[in-house]
Design a protein around this ligand. Structure first.
Ligand SMILES: Cc1ncc(C[n+]2csc(CCOP(=O)(O)OP(=O)(O)O)c2C)c(N)n1
Length: 588
């Protein structure tokens, strides 16, 4: 039977198991929206901005483990998705973005609402397609889903000209994909796995450093087995949170710039770092030359270009993290005989780690006068029983969530790790709530980040999504303010947000319940009220405006040079002194 390109698109999406598409219509995609008009098995969710659609699709993918889909018009609709695409690309999130395009004969003519979105997104997609014939459409969609979700996942864009949506052809959806030039390596090299097993058993001070790859390849069970079987402490990156239980006795906490003292010191002193699905991001390594200076490295990753990109690796293993860990665990079990003896020899290492943990636990100065942001996160964790999805935004609050919400399960921490995109959290929470309708979903935002996609309150209200929005309201772009306080002489240039809207009233304007706490005694009450409310709730927490995130590794420093509240004071004094010295040599 002959079908139009628009019909083929929707049928193909259904064949791929897509149940929800986020986006906004426009001239060149009207034929597609006309097909959606009568569609019963595919939900279209109208977001209020295309950036919101891309982030919502991204949040959906992170929570569900399936590609998220966004559908937008050409020109400004397409360019509005670019941040969302780049965000997904940095965090390796499978995303399909379908953009309308002007008719093929108009491409390159500066037609109304034309943008070269294929050119624009080439550096931030895993792959992108411009569909030039309706006969290639079904195959293109099949390939797009395949590319997005296999190997190292990522965003794929399909640019669909208006005349192709209208053209007709026979529809047959391909069963299989064969792309000669695209062959991810799924299984690790056996010899390298054997070597890794030997190194793991022989190590006296091993540590696992795992990242988002563990979650993407659904390998948290295998990671837990590896850690428990060999009693190896585990630290996670921001992207890895939930990949290993946050309450597990072997868990050291997050590492890197705002990681725990125990995690950073363990990596610093380790003789073996087992890097799993992590990419040695600069927020993790600090000064690269001093990252784990005493260690040998094993690196397991699906993407060969990640290996030795930032750091020398002794035993590289390219493959799907889950497959490799299955084989590695098998191999380690065959080396059973003297494992207990070898593990016992690591006793001094475990005692050292305990000492670090005891000496410098994550902490903050409690107060009964002013709300501490960390206290809000602790209460959310406690009152939700830890059983929630938390979509955080970007800034100090993001780090407090990472530090104080103990994620026990994968796909419950939704955050913009690589790109650090303010405005991600609210639409991502929308996507996560659609992906997991029965889950309690929080969005923790800063007062700055929240305003970047605030229009999505309408999407929440219209769809009656029971998302609990938490604004950590410190009256500033807090993370910027923190850097200015510590390293720029307290010159709060551009970081204080004055004349903020009344967030409670703003929520109410969208028919969303708004609650506010200005005193610590009110915190528990409003979180409970929000959780017990059926629909969406916005909570505005007026917190201590001067609170900072510690520990902190200053930019360019080694992870072993963390600063805490008190030592930060000396950093502050030092920058002030430096400034004075500089000023004194300036001509009058
Ligand atoms: C789109 C975007 N613009 C700018 C930045 C730089 N930036 C990083 S954190 C931050 C401040 C965030 O402020 P807020 O959302 O209020 O959170 P807080 O740090 O106060 O918790 C800024 C401006 C960014 N990450 N993303």
């Amino acid at each position: 039977m002959k079908m139009s390109g628009a019909e083929i698109l929707i049928e193909s999406l259904k064949k791929e198991g897509v149940d929800t598409v986020f986006g906004m219509p426009g001239g060149v995609v009207l034929q597609i929206f006309d097909v959606l008009y009568n569609e019963k098995n595919l939900k279209f969710i109208l977001t209020r901005h295309e950036q919101g659609a891309a982030h919502a699709a991204d949040g959906y993918a992170r929570a569900k483990g399936k590609p998220g889909v966004a559908l937008v018009t050409s020109g400004p609709g397409a360019t509005n998705t670019v941040t969302g695409i780049a965000n997904a690309h940095m965090d390796s999130i499978p995303l399909i973005v379908i953009t309308g395009q002007v008719a093929t004969r108009m491409i390159g003519n500066d037609a109304f609402q034309e943008a070269d979105i294929v050119g624009i997104t080439r550096p931030c997609t895993k792959y992108n397609f411009l569909v030039k014939s309706v006969d290639e459409l079904a195959k293109t969609i099949k390939e797009a889903f395949y590319i997005a979700s296999t190997g190292r996942p990522g965003p794929v864009l399909i640019d669909l000209p208006k005349d192709i949506s209208g053209a007709r052809t026979d529809f047959e959806y391909p069963e299989k994909v064969s792309m000669r030039s695209y062959n991810p390596t799924y299984y690790g090299n056996k010899w390298q796995i054997k070597q890794a097993a030997q190194a793991i058993l022989r190590a006296k001070r091993p540590v696992i450093y795992a990242g988002g790859g563990v979650i993407l390849s659904n390998a948290s069970g295998e990671l837990k087995e590896l850690a428990e079987l060999n009693r190896i402490p585990v630290t996670l990156t921001l992207m890895g949170l939930g990949g290993f239980p946050g309450t597990h006795p072997l868990f050291l906490g997050m590492l890197g710039m705002h990681g725990t003292y125990a995690a950073n010191m363990s990596v610093h002193d380790a003789d073996l770092v087992i890097a799993i699905g992590s990419r040695f991001d600069d927020r993790v390594t600090g000064k690269v030359s001093e990252f784990a200076p005493k260690a040998k490295f094993i690196h397991i990753d699906i993407d060969p270009t990640n290996i030795r990109k930032n750091i020398h690796v002794d035993i590289p293993i390219v493959g799907d993290v889950r497959n490799v860990l299955v084989e590695l665990n098998k191999e380690l079990k065959t080396l059973e005989e003297n494992r207990n003896q070898l593990i016992r020899e690591r006793d001094p290492w475990y005692s050292q780690i305990k000492e670090w943990e005891k000496g410098h636990p994550l902490s903050y100065k409690k107060s009964n006068k002013v709300i501490k942001p960390q206290y809000v996160i602790e209460k959310i964790y406690e009152l939700s029983g830890g059983d929630a999805i938390v979509a955080s935004d970007v800034g100090q609050h993001q780090m407090w969530v990472a530090q104080f919400f103990k994620y026990d399960r994968p796909r419950t921490s939704i955050t913009s790790g690589g790109l650090g995109t303010m405005g991600f959290g609210l639409p991502a929470a929308i996507g996560a709530q659609f992906a997991c309708p029965d889950k309690l979903v929080f969005n923790v935002a800063g007062d700055g980040s929240f305003q970047m996609n605030v229009q999505e309150l309408a999407t929440i209200a219209v769809n009656k999504l029971p998302i609990k929005i938490v604004i950590i309201n410190n009256g500033s772009l807090g993370m910027v303010r923190q850097w200015q306080e510590l390293f720029f002489n307290q010159h709060y240039s551009g970081s204080i947000i004055k004349d903020m809207p009344d967030y409670v009233k703003l929520a109410e304007a969208y028919s969303i319940k708004g609650l506010r706490a200005t005193n610590p005694s009110e915190v528990e009450g409003i979180i409970k009220e929000a959780i017990n409310t059926d629909g969406p709730v916005l909570m505005d927490f007026i917190v201590d405006p001067g609170e900072n995130v510690f520990p902190m590794v200053p930019a360019g420093a080694a992870n072993s040079e963390m600063i805490f509240g008190e030592s930060a004071k000396s950093v502050k004094d030092k920058t002030a002194a430096k400034k004075e010295k500089k000023n004194s040599v300036l001509p009058a």
